[in-house]
Design a protein around this ligand. Structure first.
Ligand code: HEM
Length: 229
């Protein structure tokens, strides 16, 4: 089953199909804006939707490694770079929507707003942290930096996740509406927690999960008597 799924993920059409799937939100939003289907406040709908899609793409990209490790679907790694770039793409659209609809592209007003409103500052910090990751997501950058430094740099994505949840939390705090924030915090907390436990305990939870749920057929070490250890 796993071999079949891996083969499926490696098919030539899979990446272009995923690319189109990731473009669907922006196509849908453009269509909605052109046809006046975005409700009473289209500018707010565009700003919020692009923020939501940035966060969703971030959850997706951070779930690749745990999914790949737990299921053995190694071909998933091929999707990571594209999904990472989509996080940046939606973050750029979100920043563009803010700069345009809220601020009329007035750079001085944007700078003042960022320094005055903490939730905007936190969102902006997340965007700044994402920038070097997007800039170094190409093979030449990986080669130039070297694998170790590249990996260390790309750990900034964990900081982006924390800042993104804080940004959302702060924005919703004014409205006392935390249900959605809690869902994203739980998802991202689980994904970061999984990595942390791997670092701290050398993947003890992973071994347990794999031997229990996902990989019962994995050969366990045996005593000379033939009994499983
Ligand atoms: C990684 C970066 C970012 C992420 C993940 C993110 C995510 C979000 C999310 C999820 C929302 C709420 C959407 C909703 O209510 O459904 C939001 C709203 C918003 N964000 Fe961001 N954001 C980011 C960066 C930024 C930046 C750079 C700015 C501006 C400098 C910004 C300004 C805003 C504003 C103005 C709102 C709407 C506030 C309102 O309608 O009251 N965000 N963002």
């Amino acid at each position: 089953m796993r071999t079949l799924l891996n083969r499926w993920l490696l098919q030539g059409w899979f990446k272009p199909a995923l690319f189109l799937l990731c473009l669907l939100p922006v196509i849908w939003l453009t269509f909605g804006a052109i046809n006046d289907h975005l409700g009473a406040n289209p500018a707010e709908a565009l700003l919020r939707s692009t923020g939501d899609w940035t966060l969703r793409a971030l959850c997706l990209v951070l779930s690749i490694t745990p999914l790949r490790t737990l299921t053995g679907l190694v071909a998933l790694a091929r999707m990571r770079r594209m999904l990472g770039l989509f996080v940046y793409f939606y973050a750029m659209l979100h920043l563009l929507a803010y700069s345009w609809f809220d601020m009329g592209f007035e750079v001085a007003d944007i700078a003042k707003d960022i320094s005055k409103r903490p939730f905007i500052l936190v969102g902006f910090a997340a965007f700044l942290l994402l920038t070097p990751l997007a800039m170094t997501s190409f093979n030449r950058a990986i080669k130039a930096l070297g694998a170790r430094r590249w990996q260390a740099l790309h750990r900034l994505v964990y900081g982006v996740a924390v800042l993104a949840v804080l940004h959302f939390f702060w924005m919703r705090a004014g409205k006392n509406n935390f249900a959605e924030v809690a869902v994203y915090a739980l998802i991202l907390g689980t994904l970061l927690g999984w990595r942390l436990q791997r670092r701290l305990h050398g993947g003890a939870l992973l071994v347990w999960l794999r031997s229990g749920w996902f990989d019962r057929q994995v050969e366990r070490p045996r005593l000379p008597t033939g009994r499983e250890i």
